[in-house]
Structures are given as structure tokens and as C-alpha cells.
Design a protein around this ligand. Structure first.
Ligand SMILES: [Zn+2]
Length: 145
């Protein structure tokens, strides 16, 4: 059975369900969300075009800025909570807080950005988003103002 989807594309409505949690966990570990064996990244934040093991095309993911926003949310909550907790029970000077929390923030951000991007790619794959279902992704054009 065919159905009309947003953007005018026609897609199959009966597709096998993909396990979202498993795909996101595979992406989080930097593995292909389909097979869990091939590499997902060819460099720090650049994904491979296709999986080297199963051939699943990865190039059409659209993680865009979401991983960065999620890293800000996660790291911000942890660092601000830790800073405020320590600030409440100690009398550390400002320079000591800066010397601790700035490097912690940078390090946590660098450690989390790739796994979170991988999880987002896994989520998009599991939900057949942005061409992962075989149809072309439609990029909306906005009329000139
Ligand atoms: Zn694969």
C-alpha cells in the first residue's frame, strides 16, 4: 500500500519496524545503525557515505545542529549543577572555579559530541527519516520575501 507523505513523496507504508534503542546505541558507539559492525565515522564528525560491512547508505542523514544542542543541554546541566553544589559548600575563589569548570566543559563536550551525533544518525535510520527509507528527502524551498 502506498501513502502520501509530507513533501509530496510517495512511500511504502508497510516497512519493517527498526529497533530505535538498538540503532541509537550502535550509533552512540560509532557503529553502523543497521549492522552494528561497520564504522559510522570517517573522521571526528564526518560520517561515512555507506557502511563498509553491509553497504547501508549513511550519507543522507541530517543530524545538523541537534547533536551540538544536546551536548550543550547535557554538559550544561552537569557542569552548572556541579559548580553550584561546590559553590554552596566551599569558599573557592573565582579563578579556581574557572580553572576547573572551563576545561571540564570543553573535555566533556569533545567526548560527547561524536557519540551523540552517532545516536542521532541511528535514530534517523531507525525512523526511516531523510532518505533512510529509500525515498528521496525533499528539501523545502522558501519563497523569496
Ligand atoms: Zn552496516
Amino acid at each position: 500500500m502506498k501513502q502520501q507523505v509530507f513533501g509530496g513523496e510517495v512511500a511504502q507504508s508497510k516497512r519493517p519496524a527498526r529497533r530505535v534503542g538498538e540503532a541509537m546505541w550502535r550509533g552512540f558507539r560509532g557503529k553502523c545503525p543497521h549492522c552494528g559492525e561497520g564504522r559510522l565515522f570517517r573522521s571526528f564528525l564526518k560520517t561515512v557515505d555507506a557502511c563498509e560491512k553491509c553497504g547501508e547508505e549513511i550519507h543522507h542523514h541530517r543530524a545538523d545542529d541537534l547533536p551540538a544542542y544536546l551536548v550543550i543541554v547535557v554538559v550544561g546541566h552537569i557542569v552548572v549543577s556541579a559548580f553550584m553544589g561546590i559553590e554552596a559548600v566551599t569558599a573557592w575563589p573565582g579563578w579556581l572555579h574557572l580553572a576547573i569548570w572551563v576545561p571540564v566543559t570543553i573535555l566533556m563536550s569533545l567526548l560527547l559530541i561524536q557519540p551523540i551525533k552517532g545516536a542521532i544518525v541511528g535514530l534517523q535510520w531507525a525512523l526511516y527519516m531523510h532518505g533512510f527509507g529509500g525515498e528521496h528527502d525533499v528539501i523545502e524551498s522558501h519563497p523569496e520575501i
